[in-house]
Write a protein that binds this ligand. Structure first.
Ligand SMILES: [Ca+2]
Ligand SMILES: [Ca+2]
Length: 142
Protein backbone atom coordinates (compact mmCIF):
# COMPACT_ATOMS: atom_id res chain seq x y z
CA UNK A 1 0.00 0.00 0.00
CA UNK A 2 1.20 3.50 -0.73
CA UNK A 3 2.23 4.88 2.63
CA UNK A 4 1.76 8.45 1.43
CA UNK A 5 -1.96 7.81 1.68
CA UNK A 6 -2.26 5.60 4.71
CA UNK A 7 -1.48 6.13 8.35
CA UNK A 8 0.40 3.05 9.45
CA UNK A 9 -1.34 2.60 12.81
CA UNK A 10 -4.74 3.07 11.23
CA UNK A 11 -3.98 0.49 8.57
CA UNK A 12 -3.00 -2.05 11.24
CA UNK A 13 -5.95 -1.14 13.45
CA UNK A 14 -8.42 -1.65 10.63
CA UNK A 15 -7.20 -5.12 9.67
CA UNK A 16 -10.16 -7.44 9.63
CA UNK A 17 -12.74 -4.73 10.18
CA UNK A 18 -16.15 -5.78 8.90
CA UNK A 19 -18.77 -3.80 7.05
CA UNK A 20 -20.59 -1.39 9.42
CA UNK A 21 -18.29 -2.32 12.27
CA UNK A 22 -17.28 0.63 14.41
CA UNK A 23 -13.87 0.61 16.04
CA UNK A 24 -12.08 2.91 18.35
CA UNK A 25 -8.44 2.67 17.41
CA UNK A 26 -5.72 3.89 19.68
CA UNK A 27 -2.52 4.57 17.79
CA UNK A 28 0.75 4.95 19.66
CA UNK A 29 2.77 7.86 18.33
CA UNK A 30 5.41 5.54 16.84
CA UNK A 31 2.75 4.31 14.43
CA UNK A 32 1.44 7.71 13.44
CA UNK A 33 3.49 7.61 10.26
CA UNK A 34 2.54 7.84 6.60
CA UNK A 35 -0.57 9.43 5.15
CA UNK A 36 1.09 12.79 4.47
CA UNK A 37 -0.80 13.18 1.20
CA UNK A 38 -4.22 12.77 2.78
CA UNK A 39 -3.98 13.81 6.42
CA UNK A 40 -2.36 17.15 7.00
CA UNK A 41 -0.50 17.94 10.18
CA UNK A 42 -3.43 20.12 11.12
CA UNK A 43 -5.82 17.18 11.42
CA UNK A 44 -3.41 14.43 12.26
CA UNK A 45 -0.67 15.78 14.49
CA UNK A 46 2.51 13.69 14.44
CA UNK A 47 4.55 12.81 17.46
CA UNK A 48 1.72 11.98 19.82
CA UNK A 49 -0.73 9.18 20.45
CA UNK A 50 -4.02 9.45 18.61
CA UNK A 51 -7.43 7.87 18.94
CA UNK A 52 -9.56 7.33 15.86
CA UNK A 53 -13.12 6.20 15.72
CA UNK A 54 -13.59 4.43 12.43
CA UNK A 55 -16.71 2.95 10.96
CA UNK A 56 -16.45 0.76 7.92
CA UNK A 57 -19.20 1.51 5.45
CA UNK A 58 -18.45 -0.70 2.57
CA UNK A 59 -15.95 -3.46 2.22
CA UNK A 60 -14.81 -3.91 -1.31
CA UNK A 61 -12.76 -6.95 -2.23
CA UNK A 62 -9.11 -6.13 -1.67
CA UNK A 63 -8.08 -6.82 -5.24
CA UNK A 64 -10.04 -3.72 -6.23
CA UNK A 65 -7.42 -1.73 -4.36
CA UNK A 66 -4.56 -3.74 -5.77
CA UNK A 67 -4.02 -5.51 -2.45
CA UNK A 68 -2.96 -9.14 -2.32
CA UNK A 69 -4.90 -11.96 -0.74
CA UNK A 70 -3.53 -11.49 2.78
CA UNK A 71 -4.34 -15.03 3.83
CA UNK A 72 -1.93 -16.35 1.21
CA UNK A 73 0.65 -13.73 2.12
CA UNK A 74 0.60 -14.77 5.79
CA UNK A 75 0.40 -18.52 5.10
CA UNK A 76 4.05 -18.96 4.15
CA UNK A 77 4.07 -22.78 4.40
CA UNK A 78 0.77 -22.86 2.48
CA UNK A 79 -0.90 -25.42 4.72
CA UNK A 80 -4.13 -23.44 4.84
CA UNK A 81 -3.66 -22.25 8.43
CA UNK A 82 -2.07 -19.19 9.94
CA UNK A 83 0.05 -19.71 13.01
CA UNK A 84 1.34 -17.10 15.45
CA UNK A 85 4.77 -17.64 13.98
CA UNK A 86 3.65 -16.93 10.42
CA UNK A 87 1.72 -13.83 11.36
CA UNK A 88 4.57 -12.69 13.60
CA UNK A 89 7.08 -13.11 10.80
CA UNK A 90 4.90 -11.05 8.54
CA UNK A 91 4.70 -8.18 11.02
CA UNK A 92 8.42 -8.36 11.74
CA UNK A 93 9.38 -8.43 8.07
CA UNK A 94 7.04 -5.75 6.88
CA UNK A 95 7.17 -3.45 9.87
CA UNK A 96 10.82 -4.02 10.69
CA UNK A 97 11.02 -0.65 12.36
CA UNK A 98 8.28 -1.68 14.80
CA UNK A 99 9.59 -5.05 15.93
CA UNK A 100 9.67 -6.02 19.59
CA UNK A 101 6.89 -5.79 22.16
CA UNK A 102 4.59 -3.94 19.80
CA UNK A 103 4.74 -6.76 17.27
CA UNK A 104 3.96 -9.33 19.96
CA UNK A 105 1.01 -7.23 21.02
CA UNK A 106 -0.29 -6.94 17.45
CA UNK A 107 0.10 -10.67 16.84
CA UNK A 108 -1.75 -11.48 20.05
CA UNK A 109 -4.52 -9.06 19.11
CA UNK A 110 -4.76 -10.64 15.70
CA UNK A 111 -4.92 -14.17 17.10
CA UNK A 112 -7.44 -13.19 19.77
CA UNK A 113 -9.59 -11.64 17.10
CA UNK A 114 -9.38 -14.19 14.31
CA UNK A 115 -8.72 -17.53 16.03
CA UNK A 116 -12.35 -18.04 16.97
CA UNK A 117 -12.09 -21.72 17.92
CA UNK A 118 -8.93 -21.11 19.98
CA UNK A 119 -6.77 -23.84 18.43
CA UNK A 120 -3.87 -21.40 18.07
CA UNK A 121 -4.04 -21.21 14.32
CA UNK A 122 -6.29 -19.29 11.98
CA UNK A 123 -8.07 -21.16 9.22
CA UNK A 124 -9.13 -19.55 5.98
CA UNK A 125 -12.72 -19.30 7.23
CA UNK A 126 -11.66 -17.71 10.52
CA UNK A 127 -9.42 -15.18 8.84
CA UNK A 128 -11.15 -11.79 8.83
CA UNK A 129 -8.60 -9.87 6.81
CA UNK A 130 -8.62 -9.30 3.07
CA UNK A 131 -8.49 -12.70 1.39
CA UNK A 132 -10.24 -12.37 -1.91
CA UNK A 133 -8.53 -13.12 -5.16
CA UNK A 134 -9.43 -11.72 -8.54
CA UNK A 135 -12.12 -14.30 -9.22
CA UNK A 136 -14.72 -15.34 -6.79
CA UNK A 137 -14.29 -18.83 -5.30
CA UNK A 138 -11.00 -18.90 -3.48
CA UNK A 139 -10.80 -21.84 -1.21
CA UNK A 140 -9.73 -24.50 -3.73
CA UNK A 141 -6.93 -22.30 -4.96
CA UNK A 142 -5.12 -22.20 -1.63
CA1 LIG B 1 0.46 -22.06 7.61
CA1 LIG C 1 -8.45 -21.59 14.72
Amino acid sequence: MDMDFVIEGLRIGMIGQCNHEKRKIWIPKELVTGGQKVFSEKYVPRGRDLVFEVQMWNVAPNYMFGMPNMFKVYDTDQDGYLTKKEVGEYFVNVEKQHSGPLVTKLVNLFMADDDTDGDNRVSFDEFKGPKWDTNASRRDEL
